[in-house]
Structures are given as structure tokens and as C-alpha cells.
Design a protein around this ligand. Structure first.
Ligand code: FA5
Length: 337
């Protein structure tokens, strides 16, 4: 029996060695360790042996069974490791040394987000397909309000619209988190626009909102200055003029001196020398109230940065249409690599 067991041991070892897939290993396992295997039948005959033989044959049988079982486990784990390596390397993938770069708008968005995060803002998002309520009503822009004309909308067959600004994120955030609140919401917006050097039908904004006790215009100006300094790495000349948006009171337009022509006048700034970058203002009490925040306790400010324009000014891109062109050569000319 001892001799037979040793022969079985050798046979099992060599069969495990040549098995290169899970199926053949499971077959080896059933041949040598299964109920009907020769080792099992030897174990069944132990009762007929002398005490001494019983001890020797029993011990050897168990030793061989453990050895075979371990060898099979080891081989299975090698096969598994090799197969996962194969999945992670796809040799059919095209290889290119032209690896591309982040889009200028993405770079600017990430920079603004980083600055705002340092000031304790959380980053939120909202849907590009919005309801009338979040895009207009919840922002104190009632149906038939003339302010709707400033943002000509793409209406969808399901009654929703493509959001015209990131301001709906204000309402969603107030409803979700209440006060106090500090949010930044970067995202894509859509308007039915006549295209020119600084107007696209698809562009990016970044909404910012702070709500707390005793928030003032000074806080708003501090945040805006911090952002501009961080993005342009220099002092940018800005001006604040009154602006009207039904969801802020008072409202302002923050313009920057046109970096394309240095204030001399060009098509990008419509020859005014100034470019509108970021409307802002103190949140209208009606907007706070509609979202369940008590305007007697809390006040706040909000701003909507034109990220697309910010990218134009940072990289001296005179025509906004370059940014949506998907033209890699244009990106290379901008010098981001
Ligand atoms: C708004 O969209 C307001 N929601 C901003 C706001 C937020 C006001 C919070 C007050 C408080 P406006 O329509 O001006 O405002 O757009 C904001 C910025 O988006 C503009 O200054 C401009 O930089 C950019 N922008 C607007 N329309 C276009 C366009 N067609 N193409 C490229 N950029 C645009």
C-alpha cells in the first residue's frame, strides 16, 4: 500500500505540473482526492490492517492528500494572477505619443475650485436638463418676467429646458443643506445666442453662494479678489457696476479690464475696453424664503463666473469659438501641453 501511495503521489505531482487551466486542475483534484479516488479506497481498507500498518498507511495517506491539495491551490492562484494581468493589458489599444492635455476651461475650473475649497466651499453639481422651477421660478423669475428674455432658452419636448445658467444649483443646495451654506457649482450652460467672439450657445459658468449670519458685500468682494488673484497671478483691474438679476438685491456686474486688448477696445470686449466676467450680488430675501431659509436670520451673496471667458482671458484667446472647436492644434497654440 505504501508503494502504491508513493506512485499515486508522483502521478498527481506530474499531472498538476502540466495542468495549465482551472478545469484540468479540478479534474486532477477529483481523480486523487475525490470519494472514488484510489487514496480513498486505501483509507477504507485501513480497518483490515494491523495497528502498526494502520498508523503508517494512515499517516502517509493524509500527508499525500494535504500535499496534493496544497499544490492544486498554489497552481490555481498562479493561473488566476496571470489571467487578471492579461485583462489589464490590452495590446490592441492604439498607442500615441501625443497624449493631449486638459482643456483650458477644465484647467481654469479646477483652479477656481481649488481656491474656493481653501475658503471652505463645498463643490456641488446640478442637472443640465432642468425644470422651469429651478432655472427661473425658484430664483424669483416668474413666468412672463422680462428677465427671462436675457436668457433665451432651449425648451425640450418633455417640458424641461437646458439650463441657461448654473444658478439653479443655488436653489437645489439651499433646499438640500439649508443655512449656513458655502457652495461652488461649476457646469455647462446653454443659451440660444447669436454667436460672436465672446458668445457661444454652450459655455461654462461657476456658481458661488455663501449664506450665513451677517454676511456683507465686503465678504463678496474679498472672495472675488482672491479668485482673480489666484487665476491671473497678477493684479487685474476690475470695476463693479450696478447689474439687475431678480435673485439678488443689490446686484452688480464685475468687469475686468479686457486682457486681450489691454483696455484699448477689440471685438472680444465689443470695443468697450471692459469685459463682463462675473455678475454677483446679495441674495434676494424672496429667494432665501422660497428655499426655506429665514431672511431675518440669514443673509448671503452669490456670483456666477463665466468660466469660458475666464479661460479666454487667461490664455489670450481672442475668439470664444476656438474653445468648443475640439481642435487639438488650437490647444497646442494656446501653449498648454
Ligand atoms: C447669469 O447667468 C447669472 N446667473 C449670474 C449670477 C449668479 C448673478 C449669481 C447674480 C448672482 P449672466 O447672464 O450675465 O448672469 O452670465 C454670467 C456670465 O456667464 C457672464 O458674465 C459671462 O461671462 C458668461 N456668459 C453668459 N452668456 C454667455 C455666452 N453666451 N457665452 C459665453 N459666456 C457667457
Amino acid at each position: 500500500m505504501i508503494e502504491k501511495l508513493n506512485i499515486l503521489r508522483e502521478k498527481a505531482q506530474s499531472e498538476i505540473n502540466v495542468s495549465n487551466d482551472e478545469q484540468s486542475l479540478l479534474k486532477v483534484k477529483s481523480t486523487y482526492l475525490g470519494k472514488d479516488s484510489e487514496i480513498s479506497s486505501i483509507m477504507k481498507q485501513l480497518k483490515d490492517l494491523s495497528i502498526e500498518e494502520k498508523k503508517q498507511v494512515g499517516q502517509l495517506s493524509n500527508e499525500i492528500k494535504n500535499e496534493i491539495s496544497n499544490l492544486i491551490k498554489e497552481k490555481l492562484s498562479i493561473i488566476e494572477a496571470n489571467s487578471s494581468k492579461k485583462i489589464s493589458f490590452d495590446h490592441t489599444m492604439p498607442v500615441s505619443d501625443d497624449t493631449g492635455t486638459l482643456h483650458p476651461i477644465t484647467i481654469v475650473a479646477e483652479e477656481v475650485v481649488k481656491i474656493l475649497k481653501k475658503m471652505g466651499f463645498i463643490i456641488v453639481t446640478g442637472p443640465e436638463m432642468e425644470s422651469d422651477y429651478y432655472n427661473f421660478e425658484g430664483l424669483n423669475i416668474a413666468e412672463n418676467h422680462p428677465a427671462r428674455d436675457m436668457q433665451d432658452t432651449y425648451w425640450l419636448e418633455n417640458g424641461k429646458l437646458l439650463r441657461t445658467h448654473t444658478s439653479p444649483c443655488q436653489v437645489r443646495a439651499m433646499e438640500k443643506y439649508g443655512a449656513p451654506l458655502r457652495i461652488a457649482a461649476p457646469g455647462r450652460c446653454f443659451r440660444n445666442e447669436d454667436l460672436d467672439a465672446c458668445h457661444e450657445n454652450t459655455f461654462f459658468q461657476l456658481e458661488g453662494m455663501v449664506i450665513d449670519k451677517e454676511v456683507s458685500i465686503n465678504n463678496l468682494i474679498y472672495v472675488m479678489k482672491n479668485i482673480l488673484k489666484g487665476i491671473y497671478n497678477k493684479d487685474v483691474e476690475v470695476r463693479l457696476r450696478p447689474g439687475f438679476f431678480p435673485f439678488v438685491e443689490p446686484g452688480f456686474e464685475l468687469d475686468i479690464k479686457c486682457p486681450i486688448c489691454d483696455g484699448k477696445g477689440c471685438p472680444t470686449c465689443k470695443n468697450s475696453g471692459w469685459s463682463e466676467l462675473c455678475p454677483c450680488g446679495m441674495v434676494h430675501p424672496k429667494v432665501l424664503e422660497a428655499s426655506g431659509i429665514d431672511p431675518k436670520v440669514y443673509s448671503g451673496f452669490a456670483f456666477g463666473i463665466g468660466l469660458t471667458r475666464m479661460a479666454m482671458f487667461k490664455y489670450n484667446i481672442a475668439d470664444i469659438r476656438v474653445l468648443n472647436s475640439g481642435n487639438i492644434n488650437s490647444l497646442k497654440q494656446i501653449g498648454i501641453e
